[in-house]
Ligand binder design. Structure first.
Ligand code: TRP
Ligand code: ZN
Length: 474
């Protein structure tokens, strides 16, 4: 059995002067996490092996389904939860981890039998009474409660369960899912979800997928949401607030649910009205919309500072503008249906969603993508845009940086220029189609682009994704 990270040997004196920069413990944890099953004996690894977030996710099992039953009181900010995870062991397991940050675990069973568990930072370490064998399906039930607190990301932004004046803005990218439910918290693992939330009457709890039940009794309303298509934990939400709700079905049969904070309603209305036409336009470009449900959650959360592509129902911290609506919904194809295997590949999400904005503008009477590209390219070599290459942001601190969004989109524009429109849009549709509900890596995207175009694109991608500094002569 390997030691817990807490007991891991201290860095040697040679390394000690670097300890303050935190790079050493992180790198060590990464090594341990990456060592995974090989060195873990029959314990599941504490991380999924992500170099930027070494403790995110876990090894040794896959979660097939999360059944979350929550009760939230916006006044006291108290959350009570029961999480029932249906999982499958991918190795013999005497022990496995879940990710959970804060909160108090009040009960834990594996296959209905009480299991030993302890907390170790964000790891909830579970030792079932009996070992699980490889391939076996098992059920973990965790009861928990407390006041959820968001996590602070390496870039200083908050994510997870973020209280607002009338509820909570719940956005988990990249790490925050574990602030409100025990999770295998890495996009490598995708699952279906049933999320049931009880809130005081007058409040709404809005989550992913289809609303399959709503009922009010004894001063409380319970909302039951079902997300059938596979979803990464960071894309789950259970945003609570006082919302105006609108529901309809599109011509394509997609169930739309919009929840809007009344303070944002007049500004949001003209943009939300365009959602069906944006989804139709994106479906023409990227292939069929991947989910049976769609919509928007427009909260009033002035301290958050970002929107998130929560699956099937993007979450906005205020009334979005049209290009933000286009961006978050483009993520439904690129990021949500096709997921990352490593946060390092984040340009596959943000570069694509940003390029969707450029294309929307180009095809709706605004600037052409070429013009947007040229304006960015004109920025001096000292500009933040060139601070690091989008295919290799270097650390979790940079995953939402300008180069990931803008230079990521520029890389796609260069690809389009090199292969021509017809092939370029075939590539986008093939990417969304072949990896639908699954995962993709940068290397796979490059291979697909080369296959579809019959061109060697090595230099193009090396230049735009990996070369440091401003590329010359595009
Ligand atoms: N992925 C979001 C987008 O659509 C941005 C985002 C999510 C973000 N979480 C964040 C940005 C945390 C900064 C910090 O672009
Ligand atoms: Zn984005």
């Amino acid at each position: 059995m390997r030691q817990s990270r807490r007991k891991a040997p201290r860095p040697t004196t040679v390394l000690r002067r670097e300890v303050l920069t935190i790079t050493v413990p992180v790198a060590l944890a990464a090594l341990l996490a990456a060592a995974g099953p090989a060195s873990a004996g029959t314990g599941g690894a504490p991380g999924a092996g992500d170099p930027y977030f070494p403790l995110a996710g876990n090894g040794g099992y896959h979660v097939e389904h999360y059944g979350l039953t929550l009760r939230y009181d916006p006044t006291s900010r108290h959350l009570d939860g029961t999480a029932v995870l249906t999982a499958r062991a991918t190795q013999h397991l005497t022990r496995f981890d879940l990710d959970l940050n804060g909160l108090k675990v009040t009960g834990l069973t594996v296959d209905h039998v009480k299991a030993d568990h302890r907390r170790d930072g964000q790891e909830l370490v579970v030792t079932p009474r009996r070992a699980l064998h490889k391939g076996e399906e098992f059920r973990v039930t965790v009861t928990y409660s407390g006041t959820p607190k968001p996590v602070t990301d390496p870039d200083g932004s908050l994510d997870g369960w973020i209280p607002t004046d009338d509820g909570a803005f719940v956005a988990g990218e990249p790490q925050g899912a574990m602030t409100w439910f025990p999770a295998n918290n890495h996009p490598k693992d995708k699952s279906s979800y049933d999320i049931t939330v009880t809130v005081p009457v007058g409040h709404s709890a809005v989550s992913n997928g289809v609303l399959v039940g709503q009922r009010t009794a004894q001063g409380r309303t319970t909302f039951h949401w079902r997300q059938r298509e596979p979803m990464a934990a960071y894309l789950a939400t259970a945003t609570v607030g006082k919302f105006k709700v609108e529901q309809y079905t599109t011509r394509d049969g997609i169930r739309v649910y919009n929840a809007v904070d009344p303070r944002e309603a007049s500004e949001a209305a003209p943009v939300l009205k365009k959602l069906p036409s944006v989804l139709e336009w994106e479906s023409k470009l990227f292939g069929p919309y991947p989910f049976r449900a769609a919509g928007s959650i427009v909260d009033h959360a002035p301290d958050v500072g970002y929107a998130l592509e929560t699956q099937s129902r993007p979450l906005y911290d205020s009334a979005p503008d049209l290009s933000t609506l286009v961006h978050e919904n483009a993520h439904q194809w690129f990021g949500d249906s096709v997921s990352l295997t490593s946060w390092k590949d984040i340009w596959l999400n943000e570069g694509f969603a940003t390029y969707a904005e450029w294309l929307y503008s180009e095809q709706h009477g605004g600037d052409s993508a070429q013009k947007t590209f040229d304006a960015l390219y004109a920025r001096p070599a000292s500009d933040d845009l060139w601070a690091f290459p989008p295919g290799d942001p270097g650390s979790g601190e940079n995953i939402f940086g300008t180069p990931v969004y803008a230079r990521g989109a520029m890389a796609l524009h260069e690809l389009r220029t090199a292969v021509g429109d017809r092939t370029f849009f075939d590539i986008l549709r093939a990417w969304a189609g072949e990896h639908r509900y699954g995962h993709g890596t940068t290397a796979q995207f490059v291979r697909l682009a080369e296959r579809q175009s019959g061109k060697n694109l090595d230099r193009l991608f090396t230049t735009w994704l990996y070369a440091p500094g401003k590329p010359n002569n595009p």
